[in-house]
Design a protein around this ligand. Structure first.
Ligand code: PRP
Ligand code: URA
Length: 206
């Protein structure tokens, strides 16, 4: 299952993010703002428990989040979404997966992994701005499943139909939340229209 947000507040920011004139400082701010909207939608089904609350007027009931969450940014571009996720989920753990695409084949090359094994029903949220061929995201979810995670979500800023198709084939149980679903991949496996190389744009390494 994949959901593209398609909301004016998001689309406005996505257009600014795509603009090649947008400098890294603004790019990072936009990426985090869009991530907050993504998280807001993607976490609608979070588990809560009922609590008693005493207001200045009366006693009532409220909800308290009842989830343990592990955020999993895929290095390096996934770091560009982490601040927003931690702002919303300040008690989440963070596990890190390092992955670099082979420039010729676009195959993901894993180079680092530091993710705690799943404890009970802990939810893992994978964050990476780009879902292009889907290789990196699928590999990340494979690693998480081997670590025992059964409840996983994938959040990205821009996705390509090719990556969505691969991901849904390999991991039909993992929902994809994306700010924008783009048109296609070019011959270099970049998303069109896309935003270029997300890592370079976040870290100013173009
Ligand atoms: C980018 C992006 C994803 C991956 C998506 O990372 O952040 O991880 O490409 O492409 P895919 O769906 O075809 O796997 P990249 O390998 O460029 O590394 P970086 O984040 O270090 O720049
Ligand atoms: N990775 C990126 O950063 N951009 C793309 O368009 C595809 C993969």
């Amino acid at each position: 299952m994949h959901t593209a947000l398609n909301h004016p507040l998001v689309n406005h920011r996505v257009a600014l993010l795509r603009n090649r004139e947008t400098p890294p400082k603004i790019f990072r701010e936009l990426a985090n703002e869009i991530t907050e909207f993504l998280a807001y939608e993607a976490l609608k089904d979070m588990r809560t428990r009922q609590i008693e609350v005493v207001t200045p007027i009366t006693e009532t009931t409220g909800e308290k989040i009842d989830e343990r969450i592990v955020l999993v940014p895929i290095l390096r571009a996934g770091m560009g979404m982490l601040d927003a996720m931690l702002k919303i989920l300040p008690y989440a753990k963070v596990g890190v997966l390092g992955m670099q695409r082979n420039e010729e084949t676009a195959e993901p090359i894993p180079y680092y992994a530091k993710v705690p094994p799943a404890k009970g029903e802990e939810m893992a949220i994978v964050i990476d701005p780009m879902l292009a061929t889907g290789g990196s995201a699928c590999d990340a979810v494979n690693q998480l499943k081997k670590l025992g995670y059964k409840r996983i979500k994938f959040l990205c800023l821009i996705s390509a139909p090719e990556g969505i198709a691969k991901f849904e084939q390999d991991h039909a149980d993992v929902p994809i939340w994306t700010a924008a679903k783009d048109d296609h991949l070019n011959s270099h496996h970049y998303i069109v229209p896309g935003l270029g190389d997300a890592g370079d744009r976040i870290f100013g390494t173009i």
